[in-house]
Design a protein around this ligand. Structure first.
Ligand SMILES: Cc1cc2nc3c(=O)[nH]c(=O)nc-3n(C[C@H](O)[C@H](O)[C@H](O)COP(=O)(O)O)c2cc1C
Length: 332
């Protein structure tokens, strides 16, 4: 059974990649994941704010006014952590590379162009095999136009692309008005991979304390439907490698990701919850499923259920919305 796949020009032994998360913060944990069989690891992100404090200041100053700035700062680690974080991050890239045989993908998380992007080059120089750029941003400013935000993000991708020679993947938000067009612009700006999607953590309300609760809930398999749909729609239309992240917990989830057109399926919640043992289970379930369904390789199934390949491409579109709503008959 051939589980191999290729992502960002990296030949991987299987499609299970560790998603950006604290799982790469400890060398022994990363080693355990490698031993359990993951084919590559994306590191936790180094944030623009950790590199250059001023850009955050500017962001809040420009978009929200100074009065909310002091309050916003309380949500961030103290400044001492900032100055140490970038060096520590680079050291961790080198340490992971030394300890592991699988590819290590660095992760930069930022929103604005500027000097901080030189860290893309430093992450490359520290030994990373590729870089993932996470464009995590939550616009709350009524004056900020979608097109302006998109232009800025495309420019940022181009700037990072020009700073490095290793492959570049870009992790996108699902909240884009016209995702296909934006995705094409990101690819034209130099992304060799698109990682769909960022998972936004939603604050909740505590009604007794009248406070905002910051709970980080791990995902469930149901959440993979969003990236599954979009990878299915975009596969074959862009010259780029897709990575699916959000809700991958089982071998069936991995198979769905592959059939949509992803080259790899990334996992964070599942591994944080169940530990490295889950990788061995998924790998053996994958082989079992492939054997039972007479598949010889992962590559032969990649994209087989994408919009371009299925008999009913409208299933991904508006027409299907009406059909599904009308098919609901279980009224009480
Ligand atoms: C505790 C935790 C920390 C994370 N840290 C990062 C990060 O530093 N950078 C990033 O791009 N994504 C980060 N993520 C998002 C994951 O990489 C992933 O995209 C998301 O959790 C969806 O995948 P999952 O359903 O397998 O958890 C984090 C997720 C979790 C749960």
């Amino acid at each position: 059974m051939d589980l191999s796949t290729a992502y960002l020009g990296l030949a991987l032994k299987n499609p299970i990649v560790v998603s950006a998360s604290p799982l790469s913060k400890k060398i022994d944990k990363a080693k355990q994941l490698e031993e359990a069989g993951v084919s590559a690891i994306v590191m936790y992100s180094l944030f623009e704010e950790q590199i250059i404090h001023e850009s955050l200041e500017l962001d809040y100053y420009l978009t929200r006014g100074t009065e909310t700035y002091a309050e916003a700062l309380t949500y961030l680690p103290d400044t001492g952590t900032y100055s140490l974080a970038p060096d520590k991050y680079l050291a961790q890239v080198t340490a992971l590379k030394k300890a592991l045989n699988i590819p290590v993908i660095g992760s930069l998380n930022g929103v604005s162009r500027g000097g901080w992007t030189r860290y893309a080059r430093l992450i490359q120089d520290a030994g990373a095999d590729a870089l993932e750029l996470n464009l995590y941003y939550l616009p709350t400013d009524l004056d900020l136009k979608g097109s302006d935000l998109e232009d800025a993000q495309v420019e940022l991708v181009a700037e990072v692309r020009s700073a490095i020679t290793i492959p570049l993947a870009v992790k996108l938000s699902p909240f884009i008005t016209s995702l296909p067009h934006f995705a094409r612009r990101i690819v034209e700006a130099g992304a060799g991979g698109l990682v769909l999607f960022n998972r936004f953590y939603q604050p909740d309300f505590d009604l007794d304390e009248l406070e905002i609760v910051h709970s980080l809930d791990l995902s469930t398999s149901a959440e993979m439907r969003l990236p599954l749909r979009w990878i299915s729609i975009l596969n074959g239309k862009l010259d780029v490698d897709f990575a699916l992240t959000s809700g991958v917990h089982t071998a069936i989830d991995v198979l769905k990701a592959m059939m949509a057109g992803a080259k790899v399926s990334m996992m964070a919640s599942g591994l944080l919850h169940s530990g490295p043992g889950l990788v061995s289970t998924i790998l053996s379930d994958l082989q079992g499923w492939m054997q039972a369904h007479e598949y010889e390789s992962i590559q032969q199934m990649q994209g087989s259920m994408s919009q371009q390949a299925v008999a009913n491409p409208a299933a991904f579109e508006r027409a299907n919305y009406m059909k599904v709503l009308n098919s609901f008959h279980d009224l009480p």
